[in-house]
Design a protein around this ligand. Structure first.
Ligand SMILES: [Zn+2]
Ligand SMILES: [Zn+2]
Ligand SMILES: [Zn+2]
Length: 327
């Protein structure tokens, strides 16, 4: 677009018509077009009515022909989106067998930030995440917490007895008609525990039987995002503005509450074209927001209103006939 050409249009509606951003010479625009309310082009009212009729069920078919526009106004609504990120910390420790700790890079499991400095890390996104911050100075090797230094733990299958009740005879030691000993357990009613081979204890997985383990303290921080949306709707129903994407105007940081690591409010502008019209003596309003037309009421088509009821009615009759076995 060359420098001697201008655009006067600032609203979405215009952008979809030939006026906006088209190659219009500066001198060719009439004063009427500019003054006619916020830069709407001729025929904008008709375009909104057509758009509404196309996209909504149950509207009178002659809406475009019979509606009388009484006002078209551009309203700048705003969405205020406040996002916060709350943190919750838990003191924990990692425990590994000494062999495992030697073989792996334990540091790679953690953030590069020391637990005491964790407030300095502020995530870019408002996402629910969980991060671990280390306390490297607490690295130590001492008694395994799982086996208390024993290297073995009680067998979970048999509870330490080394034997389990025979599954075939249920512990009775006889076969089903009690005429002979149970073939599975030979009459004892119990069988050697398969998990511990009768030992009653198993090797400790945590320390791999050594009785001591590697430990390091860390802080697990859970980030919990929240979002609230409020709107300055300027006479437009709130829900319509809330659903719109809008255009970002600003994003500002807010004072942090206790346990918050981030809090900001983004303001987004939502341009709305508000068309008021009368149809058959009644007043209605259509809101064109971004690509959509929305309204809380419209002239109802009698035929189109009855159709869905008729469909439901026929369906009910069919179900009733089927139920009594006629079809
Ligand atoms: Zn252990
Ligand atoms: Zn048995
Ligand atoms: Zn066992």
């Amino acid at each position: 677009m060359s420098a001697d050409r201008i655009t006067v249009c600032t609203h979405m509606l215009l952008c979809s018509t030939e006026c906006c951003y088209s190659e219009m010479a500066a001198g060719t625009q009439t004063a009427v077009e500019v003054e006619e309310g916020d830069g709407f082009v001729d025929g904008a009212e008709t375009e909104i009515l057509e758009n509404y009729l196309e996209n909504h069920w149950g509207v009178v078919g002659d809406l475009v022909e019979e509606a009388t526009p009484t006002g078209l106004e551009a309203v700048d609504c705003h969405k205020h989106i406040t996002r916060s990120l709350t943190v919750d910390d838990e003191e924990m420790f990692i425990e590994l067998s000494t062999q495992e700790a030697q073989n792996m890079d334990v540091g790679s499991e953690f953030m590069d930030v020391h637990a005491d400095e964790r407030d300095s890390f502020v995530p870019d996104e408002f996402e629910p995440i969980e991060l671990d911050f280390p306390r490297p100075e607490t690295e130590r090797i001492d008694a395994c917490t799982e086996c208390h230094g024993n290297g073995r733990n009680q067998c979970g299958s048999c509870g330490g007895s080394g034997a389990n009740q025979c599954g075939r005879c249920g512990g009775s030691g006889t076969n089903s008609d009690r005429s002979a000993s149970c073939s599975q357990c030979g009459g004892t009613g119990s069988i050697v525990c398969g998990s511990c081979s009768g030992n009653g204890s198993v090797v400790c997985d945590t320390c791999e039987a050594t009785g001591e383990s590697y430990k390091m303290d860390f802080v697990r921080r859970v980030y919990d995002p929240a979002e609230t949306v409020t709107v300055d709707a300027e006479g437009v129903p709130d829900k319509f503005v809330e659903q719109a994407t809008g255009i970002e105007l600003s994003t500002d940081r807010n004072q942090l509450a206790t346990d918050e690591i981030r809090n900001e409010t983004e303001v987004r502008e939502v341009p709305v074209a508000v068309l008021e019209y009368t149809y058959d003596g009644d007043e209605y309003t259509i809101y064109q927001i971004e690509e959509d037309t929305k309204a809380t009421a419209h002239p109802q088509s009698t035929a189109r209103k009855i159709l869905p009821i008729a469909v439901v009615g026929v369906g009910a009759v069919v179900v009733a006939l089927w139920y009594v076995g006629i079809i």
